[in-house]
Design a protein around this ligand. Structure first.
Ligand code: HEC
Length: 707
């Protein structure tokens, strides 16, 4: 067939129209079959049977006791609902299916019966993933370092998936070692016949690299891998110290991901590279740590990335899966992706191009003086959206509800540097990290209401302490090398044995680094040559003898060990700044719930989240509590959230933030609720696993309106 010019143009136009109108798959917001609920992970439900008018009538519809809580166990799981069944995990990481209307158990599977032994690293699990193809319906989940698949209707392992229903995530990381500590805690995301998954890792220098992998859901075969710590020749490799990069781990995704099924892009937020708090082995920006990475979901190829913290030394992992949001800015609709952070900021980008929706400005920040450390001169700060908490801990933020508390906190702040979000610890002064190590935002993530373009974020507003302790191995590296090689002749105190063996105490006047280096290389008379000492150690030794700062001390371990590196400074433990009574060292609120208009980036409202009874009875305003677990907005005008340490679940008016309903749970609901409808009845379910300093629990509790 030949085409004349006009009909060709006509055809082109038709094709263009079809192309532009590529059917946008409408997202079903009654669906709760994904981590985050609907396909876009919005944590939003279009159900409205439960609404502002009747929410106070909510009552417990059913309770499922998992029966396996232990002293400090938790349930962080947000359950999913498919075909009338609700799927979740227990404190001991059993997977279950319940009748979603009654809470009756249909099946339960203990992965460790198949895997053998107990779960060695008291892992947590935030949910499971569902996949189906005709009658083949599967539940996929992580159990420790295993990715497993069971039949969604029976709970039986899928034999043809990997090795009898399981895939070892320690393998297939393109590494020499395979003895890593891995916990697949966040559910993978499903794209076509693939499950794309990240993992939680050790925060030490023994950590695995946090590469992102896609597995075939049917076979368990690895389909692609994206190296979050690049290999030589790959983009980003030059943002590391090539000498050590092969030994660095982390830059992992432990917070979950989200897929734009239509655009075929998976959005992957990552955490920091190891060692988290001293980066002397990873000089440079360290791509793709602390980044939001957009990958082609078919191939794992990078489309764009944004790094929120260059060369992180504060453990500022991205803590939650991002939200796919559709917003209106300057009269235009934008398909955007929004990423909340521990550092209280939200970063918003065009999904396809990665262009920031509001400018993100590289801003000068304080620099570390810790030996061996080289921090980034700038960090990217978004101009909008507005932060969802206070961004620094100042003098006036010191807890002053009672004088004794204030004095307690002030005494702890004597040698502490505070007042700047990006303060850096030095060898003799710690810092207040604020927003803290557990946020700001945390793993519960944000809820986005697509009908009003409003995002809801709960946050912790609590000061944390970072103090660094020198690693004894490095304290006297120079001295230890000296003792090893030189001490027996020149004496441990360098005084020698004149006249045969000269004293070395005054040699800084006689030698330069070069001439001393040459003497060591060649020897002289009865002084042997030392060309068998490595270059690095020679440098350290020369600096030590000439009285110079041992800047190269950080490299000693490389010479002496084949195993993991050891950091030159250790962080002194994860510590919140608290009074003797355990009250946080900042003025409340300590727990916050914020609504942000994502069309303008401006806050709509902000309220205190949670209450500490012992303070309320003393007449203090509610202070809020630390909170873990996310919110869910609904078309009924409500915003549901548990998350607080006061064992409550609450419903707020999503327009105003007014508290409309609250109910006591059997234990704290440190999890995100599920909202679904079955047989015409709307349910709200929350895992009540407690933990985080509250009593542990074993229940999933469902609320509904009375019949
Ligand atoms: C076996 C004994 C021995 C050992 C081990 C030894 N030295 Fe010496 N060193 C000597 C002697 C002997 C001399 C004097 C050499 C000469 O000038 O003839 C000397 C000289 C020196 C001098 C020159 C001092 C001057 O006043 O000019 C330096 C510097 C020195 N040694 C450094 C070291 C260092 C560093 C090490 C360890 C890596 C080391 N030596 C290990 C025996 C030793």
């Amino acid at each position: 067939m030949t085409l004349n010019r006009t009909s060709f143009q006509f055809l082109l136009i038709i094709l263009l129209i079809i192309g532009c109108n590529k059917p946008v798959v409408e997202i079903d917001y009654t669906d709760w079959s994904h981590y985050g609920g609907p396909e876009d992970g919005a944590r939003y439900s279009s159900l409205q049977q439960i609404n502002k008018e009747n929410v106070t009538q909510l009552e417990v519809a059913w309770t499922y006791h998992t029966g396996d809580a232990t002293e400090r166990s938790q349930i962080q799981c947000q359950p999913i609902v498919v075909n009338g069944l609700i799927y979740g995990t227990t404190p001991k990481l059993n997977v279950f299916a319940l009748n979603a209307a009654t809470g009756d158990e249909i099946w339960r599977f203990d992965p460790f019966q198949v895997l053998g032994g107990e779960n060695s690293w008291a892992g947590t699990n935030r949910g499971v993933s569902y996949w189906e193809d005709g009658n083949d319906k599967r539940i996929l989940f992580g159990a420790g370092n295993w990715l497993m698949a069971v039949d969604a209707l029976t709970g039986e392992p899928i034999q043809e998936f990997g090795d009898g229903g399981k895939v070892d995530l320690r393998k297939g990381l393109d590494t020499e070692r395979e003895d890593f500590l891995i916990v697949a805690n966040a559910p993978g995301v499903i794209f076509k016949d693939k499950i794309i998954i990240g993992m939680r890792l050790s925060e030490g220098l023994d950590a695995a690299p946090g590469h992102i992998r896609a597995y075939n859901v049917k076979t368990g075969k690895r389909e692609w891998i994206f190296h979050t710590i690049p290999k030589e020749g790959e983009f980003g490799y030059d943002t590391w110290d090539s000498q050590f990069i092969s030994k660095i781990g982390g830059a992992n995704n432990w917070a979950g991901m989200v897929v734009d099924q239509n655009k075929e892009i998976v959005f992957v937020p990552t955490g920091s590279a190891t060692y988290d708090f001293w980066g002397g082995y990873r000089k440079g920006d360290n791509l793709f740590a602390n980044s939001l990475i957009a990958l082609n979901a078919n191939t794992g190829e990078r489309i764009w990335h944004f790094q929120a913290v260059h060369h992180d030394i504060w453990d500022r992992d991205f803590p939650a899966n991002p939200n796919l949001i559709r917003i209106q800015k300057d009269g235009k609709w934008i398909d955007a992706v929004a990423q909340i952070s521990k550092q209280g900021m939200t970063y918003v980008f065009d999904r396809v191009t990665g262009e920031p929706v509001w400018p993100i400005v590289e801003t000068a920040v304080p620099q570390s003086s810790l030996p061996g450390e080289e921090t980034s001169e700038t960090q990217p700060i978004p101009t909008l959206p507005e932060p969802f908490m206070k961004m620094s801990f100042q003098e006036e933020d010191i807890l002053n509800l009672k004088q004794e508390w204030e004095l307690d906190i002030r005494s702890q702040l004597k040698n502490i540097n505070y007042g700047d979000t990006w303060a850096v610890p030095s060898s003799d002064q710690g810092i207040i990290l604020f927003p803290g190590m557990d946020g700001g935002g945390e793993w519960g993530g944000a809820s986005f209401d697509p009908t009003t373009q409003t995002m809801y974020i709960n946050a912790n507003q609590i000061p944390w302490l970072i103090e660094m302790t020198p690693n004894a191995e490095f304290e006297n590296v120079g001295q230890s090398i000296y003792s090893t090689y030189c001490g027996n002749c020149h004496g441990l105190e360098k005084k020698g044995n004149p006249p045969t063996i000269p004293s070395l105490t005054g040699i800084s006047d006689l030698y330069s680094p070069d001439s001393l280096g040459e003497l060591l290389q060649k020897g002289r008379g009865a002084m042997p040559a030392f060309d068998h000492i490595s270059e690095e150690n020679k440098k350290i030794l020369v600096n030590y003898l000439l009285g110079k700062e041992t800047q190269e001390g950080d490299k000693k371990e490389l010479d002496s060990k084949d195993g993991p590196l050891s950091p030159r400074y250790f962080m002194n433990g994860y510590k919140r700044l608290v009074t003797k009574e355990g009250l946080y060292g900042s003025n409340p609120p300590w727990g916050l719930l914020t609504a942000i208009d994502m069309n303008t980036g401006k806050k709509k409202w902000q309220v205190t989240l949670g209450e500490i009874d012992t303070l309320s009875v003393q007449g203090f305003e509610p202070t809020g509590t630390e909170n873990y677990g996310g919110p869910v907005a609904t078309a009924g005008g409500l915003l549901f959230i548990a998350a607080t340490k006061d064992e409550m679940i609450r419903a707020f008016d999503k327009e105003t933030g007014a508290l409309l309903w609250e109910a006591k749970l059997p234990a704290s609901g440190h999890a995100t609720p599920a909202v679904y409808e079955i047989n015409g009845k709307q349910f709200l379910v929350i895992a009540c696993g407690g933990g985080k300093g509250t009593k542990s629990g074993d229940a999933y509790v469902a609320f509904a309106l009375p019949d």
